[in-house]
Ligand binder design. Structure first.
Ligand code: 5GP
Ligand code: ZN
Length: 114
């Protein structure tokens, strides 16, 4: 997707530092962190949002969860706890329409979310 910010970031076109990368995903720090640890786990393949997710993407999403677990350990929030969240659509608070997963931790998070 030519004009998609996260496609550009994932392709290495924005000089973003990756904290992790493999053939399926990139992980980098959110530019506007909402917690001491706030990472974005972004599939390299463009999928605009959760509504567009096909059943065949099940493996990819399973992989995202495995990487989230790995990053939680790497950033030392595995024991204290963390949240993995994907916002969908306007009411969900999605602002970038390339599917991504926020990994948040390092402080006690509120529930319900605002
Ligand atoms: P959403 O609001 O779609 O759930 O999440 C998009 C996230 O991307 C936001 O938390 C926002 O701060 C982050 N973001 C937007 N543009 C950039 C950018 O250029 N670089 C980085 N690292 N994060 C970004
Ligand atoms: Zn994209």
């Amino acid at each position: 997707m030519k004009d998609c910010l996260f496609c550009k970031i994932a392709a290495g076109e924005m000089d973003t530092d990756f904290v992790y990368e493999d053939e399926k995903v990139v992980v980098f720090e959110d530019i506007n962190p909402q917690a001491p640890v706030h990472l974005l786990i972004v599939p390299k393949r463009h999928i605009s949002d959760l509504n567009s997710l096909k059943p065949e993407a099940g493996d990819l999403i399973g992989h995202v969860y495995q990487i989230a677990k790995k990053m939680a350990a790497k950033f030392k929030i595995a024991e204290s706890g963390y949240r993995l969240v994907s916002n969908c659509g306007d009411n969900g608070g999605q602002t970038v329409y390339h599917i991504h997963f926020h990994l948040l931790g390092g402080r006690e998070l509120q529930w319900p979310p605002g």
